[in-house]
Write a protein that binds this ligand. Structure first.
Ligand code: AMP
Length: 371
């Protein structure tokens, strides 16, 4: 009785995975929902298709990934009408992300009214960041009125990977400090102190911080005023440019790092610069989080780029030997769990993330179900 269905509903896709304990019984992705050429007309049909496909016997919970939990949700939360209303109230904070999760929740509750449902928030892990790490130095009354502060994202991944790092090193997570680098299509860094997030690079939205596939990461906010006032671009267009046409895509025309690496190998100047900007930003955050944590027990790479690109891992930590940080070329190529040379002060790790497994575990925890 510990089967959990994990649903990750996007605006035009639903990803699902059915767990029995830590074992995956079924998984899949339904894409282009409501688009011409897509398989299904809407989220209801997509979820109905998933339910028809999988064996629902013994299903103890449905775990929903919800991107933004605001300041309100600091832990996985069993869903009822009130929780739905609170997540709805957060839509203005996450207009690009939360509506899809709400649709998924609404449809899943209708289709599986007997099964408890849990919302697992990307932001929740960062609720432990101290005030000085989430407050920006802007007019206090504006910030309070409009809920402006850092929230942080990728929380399930940073939580999972930092804990796994401690396990790999044979340490107690509660006494281990880790800098986690989640480098996927979206990317963020996190400083984890004894299992608790104390700093992260994303902010009110998943836009700031590291350079991403299509998102800019950190820029001077003046760029927005300038593009609006001087270039005459409407705000929606600027938002679209910074979130969907920036990052690696903006610098090279390709959002996939594999393409950027191929072009760089062929001597392409744009691709070379994009790679350097990408890796330098990672190094800047590593430096910042070394200073935030003071003592660091490991630096861990994860997600699509972090798990698969030896070039990014090597370049983003190059030149840090005086700080006790190094990457062993052979271990890095082989993608060992520990890629630093023996005896370096701060181990560097590569740990595959598993956000769905973490969501399943947190859903069980919220319902006090056995694993
Ligand atoms: P994710 O969002 O974690 O699925 O990561 C997706 C991204 O990982 C892709 O957009 C690629 O840029 C990157 N990626 C996947 N495989 C590789 C690889 N072998 N080398 C470099 N980058 C990769």
């Amino acid at each position: 009785m510990s089967r959990v269905l994990v649903l990750n509903s996007g605006s035009s896709s639903v990803k699902y995975r059915l767990f029995d304990g830590a074992q995956t019984l079924a998984k899949g992705l339904i894409e282009r929902i409501g688009e011409s050429g897509g398989e299904v007309p809407d989220h209801r049909a997509a979820l109905q298709g998933i339910m028809d496909e999988i064996d629902l016997a013994g299903l103890a919970a449905v775990g929903h990934r919800v991107v933004h939990g605001g300041a309100d949700f600091t832990a996985p939360t069993v869903i009822d009408d009130q929780v739905v209303a609170r997540v709805e109230a957060l839509v203005p904070l996450a207009p690009l992300h939360n509506p899809a999760a709400l649709t998924g929740i609404e449809v899943a509750r209708k289709l599986l009214p007997e099964v408890p449902q849990v919302a697992v928030f990307d932001t929740a892990f960062h609720a432990t960041i101290p005030p000085e790490g989430v407050v920006w130095a802007i007019d206090k009354s504006l910030a309070e009125q409009w809920q402006i502060r850092r929230y942080g994202f990728h929380g399930t991944s940073h939580a999972y990977v930092s804990r796994r790092t401690a396990e790999v090193l044979g340490r107690d997570p509660a006494g281990t400090n880790v800098i986690t680098l989640h480098l996927g299509n979206g990317a963020s860094a996190c400083a984890v102190q004894g299992g608790r997030s104390v700093a992260t690079s994303m902010g009110m939205s998943p836009l700031p911080g590291l350079v991403m596939g299509t998102r800019s990461g950190d820029i001077d906010p003046t760029v927005i005023f300038h593009l609006h006032r001087v270039a005459g671009l409407p705000l929606d267009e600027i938002e679209d440019s910074l979130t969907r046409h920036a990052g690696l895509l903006g610098l090279t025309g390709a959002n996939d790092l594999r393409t950027v690496l191929e072009r760089r190998a062929a001597g392409d100047a744009d691709a070379t610069l994009a790679f350097d900007v990408y890796c330098r930003r990672i190094r800047e955050y590593v430096g910042a989080y070394l200073a935030v944590l003071g003592r660091v027990d490991a630096i861990t790479f994860t997600a699509g780029v972090g798990e698969n690109s030896p070039a990014v891992r090597a370049a983003s930590l190059s030149g840090l030997e005086p700080l006790g940080i190094a990457v062993d070329p052979a271990r890095n190529e082989r993608r060992e769990e520990i890629i630093s040379p023996p005896g370096t002060r701060i181990p560097v790790c590569v740990i595959p993330t598993d956000e769905e497994l973490e969501i399943a575990d947190q859903s069980r925890e919220a319902l006090s179900l056995p694993r």
